[in-house]
Design a binder for this molecule. Structure first.
Ligand code: FAD
Length: 291
């Protein structure tokens, strides 16, 4: 299908993009990689009168280390995240997640900021962003604000982003020695989207699970922290049995989605299976017994 007519703008600076957003309000949509927005426009599920393309902005695509954190510009593509030597060395969970997205074309065009702002309930990054306890920075003509990942995702396709705001940067921690992380997903075979995707991050101290964070995507209307799993593990000595028992809580209290690809019951069962796998892999990586 062909999208409804729209006026195209290609601002060269963040300030210009913010001015355009202020001027056109609800009638405007930001365009990043276009891999979620353009299909929606073609189906006429979105019909913005003004499209503001962030693709010509300088300085929103970078990956750099700053004071123990890794700062990533919102326009950084999935492929750049997948292949970044800095992320692979210091925060491999994000590279592993990016590598699991769609196919090469999608990864070459889609951006981290676009995926997070879109907040598709089956998108991959939200699980890892939650497990990493990332921080999101948003700019508007009123200034800059930052929110924690745990507060960012509000509901299906709904985030903390307010009208007039642009997500500009995502900060993730550099993972130290003794910390391991893993992303495991059950892919929807046609698109690659997550039927269930689980990111686990664990830190071992004296053989015990000192810190643990588990993010789950695909199961409910929004990605969430599996706090019941975390509580069942914290402070305990990791064993296969313990991880499997804790993983059973992965979908507890969540109203699982049902669609053409999976029933609610199947999604909940798979949440437990993929949580166990992600935990096992993260623990093995933290212990240095698995790459
Ligand atoms: C065939 C196919 C397969 C896919 N498979 C997967 C998959 O397996 N896993 C997965 O996670 N995703 C998948 N995707 C989605 C893909 O990752 C998209 O790239 C992503 O969801 C959106 O990023 P984008 O940069 O293309 O954003 P766009 O489509 O350009 O924008 C998406 C939305 O975010 C808004 N937006 C964009 N950037 C910003 C910003 N900086 N600040 C505020 N708002 C912003 C836009 O206005 C729009 O509403 C797939 C897409 C396709 C077409």
């Amino acid at each position: 299908m062909i999208p409804a007519p729209f006026e195209y703008h290609a601002p060269k600076s963040l300030e210009e993009a913010l001015r355009l957003l202020d001027r056109h309000g609800d009638e405007a949509k930001l365009l990043a990689g276009g891999h979620s927005l353009l299909p929606m426009m073609k189906l006429r599920l979105a019909a913005p009168r003004f499209v503001i393309d962030l693709g010509r902005l300088k300085g929103l695509d970078y990956i750099r280390e700053e004071q123990g954190m890794i700062a990533i510009g919102a326009m950084t593509t999935h492929a750049e995240i997948e292949n970044s030597s800095l992320l692979r060395a210091k925060c491999p969970l994000l590279s592993e997640t990016a590598a699991a997205i769609g196919d090469v074309q999608v990864r070459n065009r889609g951006t981290l900021g676009g995926s997070l702002a879109h907040a598709d309930p089956a998108a991959d990054y939200p699980a890892s962003i939650l497990a990493l306890e990332a921080q999101m920075t948003m700019n508007s003509s009123m200034g800059v604000r930052a929110v924690d990942a745990a507060e960012f995702f509000l509901d299906m396709l709904t985030t903390q982003l307010r009208p007039g705001e642009i997500l500009t940067e995502i900060r993730v921690p550099a993972l130290g020695k003794g910390t391991g992380a893993a992303y495991c997903k059950l892919s929807q075979p046609a698109s690659g989207y997550a039927v269930v995707g689980v990111a686990a991050r664990v830190t071992l101290a004296a053989g015990k699970l000192a810190q643990i964070a588990v993010g789950v995507t695909g199961v409910g209307p929004k990605a969430y922290r599996a706090v019941n799993v975390e509580d069942a593990l914290r402070g305990k000595k990791a064993s296969e049995k313990l991880l499997a028992e804790a993983a059973r809580h992965a979908a507890r209290g969540v109203e699982a989605l049902a669609d053409l690809h999976a029933s609610a019951g199947y999604r909940s069962e798979m949440a437990a299976v993929f949580t166990r796998r992600a935990l096992e892999r993260a623990v093995a990586r933290a212990a240095g017994t698995k790459a």
